[in-house]
Design a binder for this molecule. Structure first.
Ligand SMILES: NC(=O)CC[C@H](N)C(=O)O
Length: 188
């Protein structure tokens, strides 16, 4: 059985845990270095990227996770998680786990009130998936080697080898397409 970690400092943790269980994999809450042992993949949930970033630095998890990602551990950042993974945050330097070759802009759709839901067709799945955007970032540039999996004017889901990032929250819908893509195809 695959074990999928969920970074559990803050944000949409429980929703990801439920999806992992639904798919028959084993969730593992990650709060300290020991929790990273024997993971097949790791999810960085949405929340507030600056807050989660501070926890990553204070606990020393930042360096551990970054080296695991460089060694090929599959990782998926949703919303704030995608910001943490970005090599370039527009006007703000880089994410705390700068592994993904994109430029991302925080809160690019406006305030909490500008949060929205949209069905977006995903060519790789050949189906439209429901996407929930909450104070979402926008991916404004992708480097060569980064595959765009879904777009809503700008890329909203990208894959670079073992790194998946979505600017929306699939864990807040009743669908499992994105979780099963991560667990079955990104985690091997
Ligand atoms: N839903 C989310 O994860 C929002 C991300 C948040 N706006 C940030 O910049 O960290």
């Amino acid at each position: 059985m695959k074990t999928i970690g969920v970074l559990a400092f803050q944000g949409g943790v429980i929703e990801h845990v439920k999806k992992i269980e639904e798919l028959g994999a084993k969730p593992q809450l990650v709060k300290k270095k020991e929790d990273l042992k024997n993971l097949d993949g790791l999810i960085l949930p949405g929340g507030e990227s600056t807050t989660i970033g501070k926890f990553l630095i204070e606990t020393g998890l930042k360096d551990e996770i970054l080296s695991l990602i460089h060694e090929g551990m599959p990782v998926w950042g949703t919303c704030a998680g995608a910001i943490l993974l970005s090599k370039n945050i527009k006007n703000q330097g880089s994410g705390v786990l700068p592994a993904l070759s994109i430029v991302i802009e925080r809160n690019a759709y406006g305030s909490q009130l500008d949060s929205f839901k949209k069905e977006v067709f995903v060519p790789r799945f050949n189906i439209a998936t429901e996407c929930v955007f909450i104070r979402a970032p926008k991916i404004v540039e992708v480097a060569e080697g980064v595959e765009v999996l879904a777009e809503l004017e700008t890329p909203i889901a990208v894959l670079q080898k073992n790194i998946l990032a979505t600017t929306f929250h699939p864990e807040l819908t009743s669908q499992n397409y994105w979780h099963s893509f991560f667990v079955e195809n990104v985690v091997k």
